[in-house]
Design a protein around this ligand. Structure first.
Ligand code: GLU
Length: 492
């Protein structure tokens, strides 16, 4: 390879939002660049004007930024939300390179590697219909491949609309050497003479992307599997110019658990929606990295930095990767639990969205629900039942066949026992001792655990399903616990 520096790019089209598969492509590019001390470039491929969505580039950049997958060259969003470009190979927004693409296309025509095609869309539609009827592959029939150049000139001068197509070989094979898939061979006669300049003068992806890859000295093209079958055309462009091609690596498809192709519905696959649902960016990155690769095979949790130092493009799998959301939940839980208490509380406090008199009790409750949280958007629904005013007439305070009188008597004794406990009993972190003290006392009283712990738990929580009474006592502390017990006793 003529260039020695490793240079990779993520080259999304700004058609809306960042797809979870796009995040994986961006991440693998970033990991490879960081592993080898190379450059990671973000290039925006906006030549298809019909698909352009305003704000989409900002959206892509900010989703990548939130996930910590940042390019060191190319398009960039600053802290004020402005798009800027940085680097020596710009512009990095493809539409600004239109003139270069046009010149390259003309050069290909001059070299006999591409040709203007004047076929009307009516003719092409008819051709397609005929081919479909004959059960033939639908492709361009080469009608304009051999129009003499003076006639071509005449028709262009006369103002006929035309596109430019690649003049691909029509026989023999082409073999590509993919970093992930190894050697893949294609039959030239099944590959269409690709349009490289459209009638509006804009280049298509195939020309623009490959010329930009050359101009930006990209050493590795890492992209989705859907581009594998286009690679022969891309290599043809490189060889026509006598350029050294980059290495190609095609990432496996993403699949639903039933192995069907992943939906494109924004709510299911957009990175911003995953973040909105309360997945931590670090957890999402960990999850996405595992879609087609596992660094050591003996665990599932890897920090972003660890991924950077372990990445090996050649170890990415060929077969489709299943997007298993249960696994994402599990990974997210691991990240939530690994946060320091303070970091966790800072993250979840604003999400509780309830008002509680004593902020210390709210913090305790937030710590209590941590083990039950899969995602941050569950904070409110997990925390609010703990602070609802109990309505003891609607719930069953009695255990099995226990009479209300017995339940009342027991609750009274518990209340007095708890009232007599010292300050240290009520301290946060004392859950195990609370449990032991109460259980020893129950044994001394010759009661069964159930006949005491059920009414106590329901009295404290106001609900038939809740955390254990020991957790609740530890969370609520003396005052709130006794208040609830008194209310329950009063209702019996
Ligand atoms: N703009 C193309 C896309 O959106 C990029 C493909 C490539 O990486 O070559 O999929």
């Amino acid at each position: 390879m003529s260039q020695t520096r490793l240079r990779v790019r993520y080259a999304p089209s700004p058609t809306g939002y960042l797809h979870i598969g796009g995040l994986r492509t961006a991440l693998y590019n970033e990991l490879l660049a960081r592993k080898h001390g190379g450059d990671f470039i973000l290039r925006i491929e906006d030549t298809d004007q019909t698909r352009f969505v305003p704000g989409a580039t900002e959206n892509l950049c900010s989703s990548l930024k939130r996930c910590g997958v940042e390019a060191n060259e190319g398009v960039w969003i600053d802290d004020q939300g402005n798009l800027i470009e940085r680097g020596e190979y710009g512009p990095y927004t493809q539409s600004k390179r239109k003139e270069k693409h046009k010149a390259y296309a003309e050069q290909l025509v001059t070299m006999g590697k591409a040709y203007p095609c004047f076929c009307t869309s009516e003719r092409l539609d008819k051709l397609r219909e005929e081919q479909q009827l004959m059960k033939q592959p639908t492709m361009y029939d080469g009608h304009c491949r051999n129009v003499a150049s003076d006639e071509t000139q005449r028709r262009i001068m006369a103002g006929e609309t035309y596109v430019i197509r690649l003049k691909l070989p029509k026989e023999g094979n082409v073999t590509i050497d993919d970093v992930i898939r190894g050697q893949v061979t294609f039959d030239w006669k099944l590959i269409d003479d690709q349009v490289i300049i459209k009638s509006d003068g804009f280049p298509t992806y195939h020309l623009a992307s490959m010329c930009d890859d050359h101009d930006m000295q990209i050493s590795h093209v890492i992209r989705g599997e859907e581009w594998l079958s286009s690679t022969p055309k891309h290599l043809f462009i490189f060889s026509s110019f006598g350029w050294e091609p980059p290495r190609f690596a095609h990432l496996p498809l993403l699949l639903n658990p039933d192995r069907s192709k992943l939906s494109k519905r924004q709510g299911d696959v957009a990175v911003e929606d995953f973040l909105e649902k309360g997945y931590l960016p670090e957890a999402l990155i960990n999850f996405v990295a595992m879609l087609g690769w596992n660094p050591t095979g003996d665990r599932e949790i890897y920090a972003h930095d660890e991924l950077r130092s372990l990445f090996a493009l050649e170890n990415v799998n060929k077969s489709g990767a299943i997007l298993n959301l249960e696994k994402l939940d599990w990974i997210n839980e691991q990240y939530l639990r690994a946060l320091s208490e303070n970091a966790y509380l800072e993250l979840v406090r604003p999400l509780a969205k309830i008002s509680v008199e004593d902020p210390a009790i709210l913090d305790r409750a937030l710590l209590l629900i941590r083990e039950r949280l899969h995602r941050l958007n569950q904070v409110h629904e997990c925390i609010s039942p703990l602070f609802q005013e109990p309505n003891y007439n609607e719930i069953n305070l009695t255990w099995k066949a226990q009479s209300p009188e017995t339940a009342k008597e027991i609750l009274n004794e518990v209340r007095n026992f708890l009232h007599a406990q010292s300050k240290s009993f009520w301290e946060w972190g004392n859950r195990t001792a609370i449990e032991q003290t109460i259980k020893t006392w129950i044994a001394e009283k010759k009661w069964q655990n159930g006949e005491v712990l059920w009414p106590v738990r329901v009295a404290l929580s106001g609900q038939e399903k809740s955390p254990s009474p020991f957790e609740l006592l530890e969370t609520y502390g003396k005052e709130m616990s006794l208040k609830r017990l008194d209310a329950a006793i009063g209702s019996l």
